[in-house]
Design a protein around this ligand. Structure first.
Ligand SMILES: *Cc1c(COP(=O)(O)O)cnc(C)c1O
Length: 360
């Protein structure tokens, strides 16, 4: 079967070029006579590769010198716990801005470790926008403020980060990192599970400002302790070497394609095409406030949910895979990360128009 356009929210499509490169060197990586999965993480070839991948990521995102970049495991979900463990003690407080279900999950996990104040409390299944930051219920004594920059399920994204308080900003950028330029200086901690824009599931990128490295509680597990992982170049234990390798290939690919600014231009164009097709039809709809519609995840519904299975079946037959929406919001969702070419979005828009003609 030919490769299809894969609109999966994650694990998500990877650039075909990256997969071909991995295939090419699978059996014999860097003339080692073995695959990258079989070499020692402490051997020179891998250590050098890992260091080079970090250099490229730093260059892509303009990460300042005073930030550490960690390559960890446990997904973004482990960072939901690692953040409070690394930054606070149990008697402290943090503000959580909940604009979707991932923010809600992050807050729920954090409650096990400190006192959580919901500065914004979106309601399940009802995340349609981002309230003006002037109305947020921020506390004076928060140790940090947690934001989810792009809510992958509901399709709500911060296109600007509001200026709001002196507490460090902690950002879940799982479905943001590499999709657009970011100003790292605005944040204390940035974390991202890899399986959206970075690489295969199993790797987590964490970017930490160095003044936040030494606040961890003594009971913090070593493999999730920012200081310990920074001092060991993320190799306190065996890192997920294949995932890291593949992420390195993706970094090279993004660089070769023109960097994150170029990604942002493509992503904006892709998203606008799709939202335009939805808004212009009286068949499809998207309920999100246009000011904060996601460039990465575009949920939409049909006039009658009874048509969903037909839409999914026919789109899949047309080579457009994984358009089923999340159970929380229903309908469809097209995830259009960096690896989704513009031609994939064009194919989807054409399909949607034809489907509407036939059944609308
Ligand atoms: C996918 C996703 C997560 C969960 O990531 P895991 O790696 O599965 O833990 C968390 N936050 C956001 C914004 C996501 O998109």
């Amino acid at each position: 079967m030919e490769r299809v356009y894969n609109f999966s929210p994650g694990p998500a499509a990877l650039p075909t070029e990256v997969l071909n490169k991995a295939k090419e060197e699978l059996l014999n990586w860097q003339d080692q006579g073995m695959s990258v999965m079989e070499v020692s993480h402490r051997g020179k070839p891998f250590v050098e590769y890992a260091a080079k991948s970090e250099v490229t990521l730093r260059e892509l995102l303009s990460i300042p010198e005073n930030y550490k970049v960690l390559f960890l495991q446990g997904g973004a979900s482990l960072q939901f716990a690692a953040v409070p463990l690394n930054l606070t003690n149990a008697s402290q407080k943090a503000d959580y801005v909940v604009t979707g279900n991932w923010g809600k999950k992050a807050a729920k996990e954090a409650e096990r470790f400190l006192s959580v104040n919901l500065a914004v409390d979106g309601i399940d299944g009802n995340y349609f926008g981002i309230p003006d930051s002037a109305t947020w219920n921020l506390s004076d004594d928060a140790s940090y403020i947690h934001l989810v920059i792009n809510e992958t399920v509901v399709g709500v994204e911060f296109h600007q980060i509001p200026d709001m308080s002196k507490a460090p900003l902690v950002a879940d950028m799982s479905s943001t990192l590499l999709s657009r330029p970011i100003n790292v200086n605005r944040f204390g901690v940035i974390y991202a599970g890899a399986q959206k824009n970075i690489g295969p599931a199993g790797l987590t990128v964490v970017i930490v400002r160095d003044d936040l490295l030494d606040k961890a509680r003594s009971e913090t597990p070593t493999v999730t302790n920012y200081r310990a992982m920074s001092d060991s170049d993320s190799m306190s234990n065996t890192p997920p070497t294949f995932n890291w390798y593949l992420a390195g290939l993706v970094f090279d690919w993004v660089k070769k394609e023109g960097g994150v600014l170029e990604m942002a231009q493509r992503n904006k164009r892709k998203a606008e095409k799709l939202y335009e097709a939805i808004d212009e039809s009286d068949f499809y709809s998207n309920p999100i406030d246009p000011k904060c519609r996601s460039w990465m995840n575009v949920p939409f519904t049909l006039p009658d949910s009874k048509m969903d299975s037909l839409f999914l079946e026919e789109s899949s037959n047309a080579g457009l895979a994984n358009l089923k929406g999340h159970r929380l919001v229903g309908g469809m969702r097209a995830s259009i990360y960096n690896a989704m070419p513009e031609a994939g979005v064009d194919a989807l828009v054409n399909f949607m128009n034809e489907f509407q003609k036939r059944y609308g």
